[in-house]
Design a protein around this ligand. Structure first.
Ligand SMILES: C[S@@+](CC[C@H](N)C(=O)[O-])C[C@H]1O[C@@H](n2cnc3c(N)ncnc32)[C@H](O)[C@@H]1O
Ligand SMILES: Nc1nc2[nH]cc(C(=O)O)c2c(=O)[nH]1
Ligand code: SF4
Ligand SMILES: [Mg+2]
Length: 240
């Protein structure tokens, strides 16, 4: 079954979350059930790149990965858009495992797929108030319960923080799922600039402010605070 793909790139480093720094290839699927105000990948769902969506079979995705990355990679990250919308992505997961790849997936956790249990590094990234989205906690509870029972790999939560309301949301998340590793990620609030130096200075200040807030918290003890590392290195450039 064909998969809607907008980008295949790498190898690069995973810039975010539980496997930050890991050498990986990226597959970016098209389409999202959310429309976060600060989404850094709006082109996956806002229609602006509709004509660039490629419908690819898993084998064709593997060909594109090896064309781009040769034999220089052993890890593939699937992001989007929301790849968790694609029921038949299990075929790609199976093929990548047959090729001895480790697989990471990025999803907001709005929809369950049975193939989640076969993902090696699964990130659930529920959205805080600043995104303008509403979390369906009933659904998220169900997803996390399934993962606690059946997941073959590891999974974690990652919350992007732009303000204090978002931090309160992260506190609730930590209290609701105390056994799940929680990553707090600095929000990028300047998606337009191509001035990397300016963005770097700005993002470093945001990172420091987030660290300060988390250090003061009496609840957020067992968490990690991370930058979006690729942004600090390459700014808002795409495909890195
Ligand atoms: C583009 S999303 C795609 C996967 C999935 N839709 C999701 O949101 O988890 C990948 C990650 O980038 C994060 N992200 C998106 N825009 C961001 C921004 N402006 N600053 C920091 N992180 C951002 C998301 O929260 C998510 O964790
Ligand atoms: N290097 C790099 N790391 C990433 N981690 C998550 C990304 C994403 O857009 O999902 C991403 C990305 O686009 N590039
Ligand atoms: S859920 Fe992810 S891809 Fe969808 S709009 Fe939000 S950040 Fe963007
Ligand atoms: Mg990104």
């Amino acid at each position: 079954m064909k998969i809607p793909v907008l980008e295949i790139f790498g190898p690069t480093i995973q810039g975010e979350g539980m496997v930050i720094g890991r050498k990986t290839m990226f597959i970016r699927t098209a389409g999202c059930d959310y429309s976060c105000s600060w989404c850094d990948s709006k082109f996956t769902w806002d229609g602006s790149e509709k004509s660039n969506i490629q419908l690819l079979e898993p084998e064709e995705i593997w060909e594109a990965l090896t064309e781009e990355g040769g034999d220089r990679f052993g890890h593939v990250t699937i992001s989007g858009g929301n790849p968790g919308l694609l029921a038949h992505l299990n075929e790609l997961v199976k093929l990548l495992h047959e090729k001895n790849m480790n697989i990471a997936l990025e999803t907001q956790g709005s929809k369950w797929q049975p193939w989640f249990i076969d993902i090696d590094d699964l990130t659930l990234s529920p959205k805080p108030p600043s995104s303008g989205m509403q979390t369906n906690f009933e659904k998220l509870d169900q997803i996390i319960d399934r993962l606690r029972q059946d997941q073959n790999g590891t999974f974690s939560l990652k919350v992007v923080i732009f303000n204090e309301d978002d931090l309160t949301y992260a506190v609730n998340m930590h209290q609701r799922y105390p056994d799940v590793e929680l990553f707090l990620q600095v929000g990028n609030d300047d998606l337009e600039t191509m001035n990397n130096e300016k963005l770097l200075g700005h993002m470093l200040r945001n990172y420091e402010q987030l660290i300060d807030l988390v250090m003061e918290s009496h609840v957020l003890k067992d968490v990690r605070v991370l930058p979006q590392l690729h942004t600090y290195l390459w700014g808002n450039k795409r495909g890195v």
